[in-house]
Design a protein around this ligand. Structure first.
Ligand SMILES: [Zn+2]
Length: 340
């Protein structure tokens, strides 16, 4: 009687386990037959109704049944997990024949391209590239460059002051002074970098832009060295037919001073829209380093002389790539930048 009942439970359990299609169904079968309130437990609880001499035998049957159900459950669980794994492997297969995702690579900024080209030309002529701080002392930005305290460039409207003595450099020229202080002539250096001026943003102005400062100091340097060097520079930059023209100018830190124009590389000097009909394009400021500047930096103006120049990097980039609005260089619009 008891044995038949146990066999019945076993068969019911086996059939329920075999019909289970997911782990939850297996678990519910386990609870139904083996759980605390399950059918086998109920039978164990009714053992007191069994005659004492039959109890070991019945107990053995219950244990055998439990063991049979547990084994069946274990096997079913293992099989289910294996199938799930196979299913996952099949679905998560990577199709190596699919085309690869294209990585979007950025472009070099026209400013960077222009700077690298300028640096390459000067390094080829024996110049070294030096850097200086963007946050600068008033002394290096103005005083050591022979810019007197009452000079209009010192006006707070043009210069970003941090305090009375510290400012954001308005030019790369302070690097000249720092270089002269740090080393003995001969000096051949260019100093590219960012400069700051309190300008409103428009097509040709920005409160932050880039300059490339250049300086040569040695014995017997003359204005013809300046002319020859800068002529070679623009011929390498704009083409070998480029002509140069110097116009007298004034800078506090050079004497004499000049602005240099190049013949328009679009029309060859005939005059076009690009050069506004002039045939010439203004390109840089230059001059012979003022003896006072040499002296203040610890170089004897009786023994040494030199020339210096300052180029607007943006101006070079605008001219070279025929960009008509400086703001485009700062907006970082990918549609613009990707053209270079
Ligand atoms: Zn022209």
């Amino acid at each position: 009687m008891m044995k038949e009942k146990l066999e019945e439970i076993r068969q019911k359990a086996v059939s329920e386990i075999e019909n289970a299609t997911d782990p939850e169904m297996l678990n519910s079968a386990r609870v139904t037959f083996l759980g605390k309130k399950g059918e086998l437990t109920a039978i164990l609880k009714s053992m007191k109704e069994v005659a004492p001499e039959d109890r070991p035998k019945v107990g053995q049957w219950v244990n055998d049944t439990r063991k049979a159900i547990e084994e069946k459950l274990g096997a079913a669980k293992e099989k289910m997990e294996l199938e799930q794994m196979k299913h996952r492997l099949a679905n998560e297969t990577i199709d190596v024949t699919l085309p690869a995702k294209k990585n979007k690579i950025g472009h070099r900024h026209p400013n960077t391209i222009a700077l690298e080209e300028v640096e390459k030309i000067f390094v080829g002529m024996g110049f070294e590239v030096v850097e200086g701080p963007e946050i600068e002392k008033d002394y290096y930005n103005f005083e050591a460059l022979n810019i007197p305290a009452n000079h209009p460039a010192k006006d707070e409207q043009d210069t970003f002051y941090i305090n009375k003595d510290i400012l954001l450099r308005t030019q790369t020229s302070p690097v000249q002074v720092r270089t002269m202080e740090a080393k003995k002539p001969p000096i051949r250096m260019i100093a590219p970098g960012r400069v700051f001026r309190a300008d409103e943003v428009d097509a040709t102005h920005s409160p932050s832009f880039h300059q490339i400062e250049g300086m040569v100091i040695d014995k017997g340097i003359t204005f013809s060295d300046l002319k020859g060097t800068l002529q070679m520079f623009v011929q390498k930059l704009f083409g070998k037919d480029t002509k140069v023209k110097f116009r007298p100018h004034h800078f506090p830190f050079t004497e004499p001073s000049a602005e240099m124009d190049v013949s328009c590389f679009k029309c060859g000097g005939k005059g076009c829209r690009f050069c506004k009909g002039e045939g010439w394009i203004e390109i840089l400021g230059c001059g012979m380093v003022h003896p006072k500047v040499l002296k203040m930096s610890g170089i004897d103006p009786e023994e040494y002389s030199g020339f210096a120049f300052g180029i607007g990097l943006e101006r070079i980039a605008l001219l070279k790539y025929e960009i008509d609005d400086m703001r485009l260089l700062y907006e970082n619009d990918d549609r613009f930048l990707s053209q270079f």
